[in-house]
Design a protein around this ligand. Structure first.
Ligand SMILES: CC(C)(COP(=O)(O)OP(=O)(O)OC[C@H]1O[C@@H](n2cnc3c(N)ncnc32)[C@H](O)[C@@H]1OP(=O)(O)O)[C@@H](O)C(=O)NCCC(=O)NCCS
Length: 160
């Protein structure tokens, strides 16, 4: 079946949220709908805002009118104000895996980020995602994370 890759519009964002929850369920054995009941509205609000500012794009893979995969890219600020790209929410439904769909989504993200002036592109990988990203030239970094586990609140709710 043919798979088309296209830029997502606002109407596609609930499907992108579904893909996010599928990643979390599959890879982290969590269910954000249970854990963070308002996460979908937080997600939609932040992505819609960044899309309107031209700082974020989602791409969807579509087959027979259904979304079968997603990937999101955003432009952010790195140390001392440099421009950095971030990729997130990379997911392909099981029946469409190992057909190059995620690679096509990733390339769209990278080719959009490249002329935006990004010094690099970063992402947080699941175990399953690692071979995909390595096949595209991503290399491990020395980043570490300390989890503080604050109550999930949107940036806007907390800081206006
Ligand atoms: C990771 C994921 C997005 C890959 O999607 P995909 O469409 O199957 O990936 P592609 O077909 O583009 O794979 C490209 C290359 O990545 C590597 N790769 C992808 N999946 C792999 C796997 N399960 N095992 C080993 N290598 C893999 C291979 O080199 C592959 O090329 P090949 O098929 O010619 O050998 C998909 O398995 C998925 O959605 N997993 C669950 C969610 C997840 O972990 N997402 C990543 C979040 S960071």
């Amino acid at each position: 079946m043919d798979v088309t890759i296209r830029q997502a519009n606002e109407r596609d964002l609930p499907a992108a949220a579904d893909c996010w929850n599928a990643i979390v369920k599959e890879s982290w054995k969590e269910d954000w709908d249970q854990k963070y009941p308002n996460w979908r509205s937080m997600f939609l609000a932040v992505v819609e805002k960044k899309m309107a500012l031209g700082l974020q794009r989602y791409y969807v893979a579509e087959a027979a009118g259904e979304v079968v995969g997603t990937a999101g890219a955003q432009v952010g600020e790195a140390f001392f104000g440099a421009v950095r790209g971030y990729i997130e929410g990379v997911y392909v439904v099981p029946a469409f895996r190992r057909k190059g769909v995620a690679s096509r989504l990733m390339r769209e993200c990278i080719e959009w980020l490249r002329p935006m002036g990004c010094d690099s592109v970063r992402l947080q990988s699941t175990v399953e995602g690692r071979p995909l990203y390595e096949s595209l030239g991503f290399e491990p970094t020395d980043e570490l994370e300390l989890r503080l586990n604050a109550t999930k609140q949107s940036f806007a709710e907390r800081y206006g």
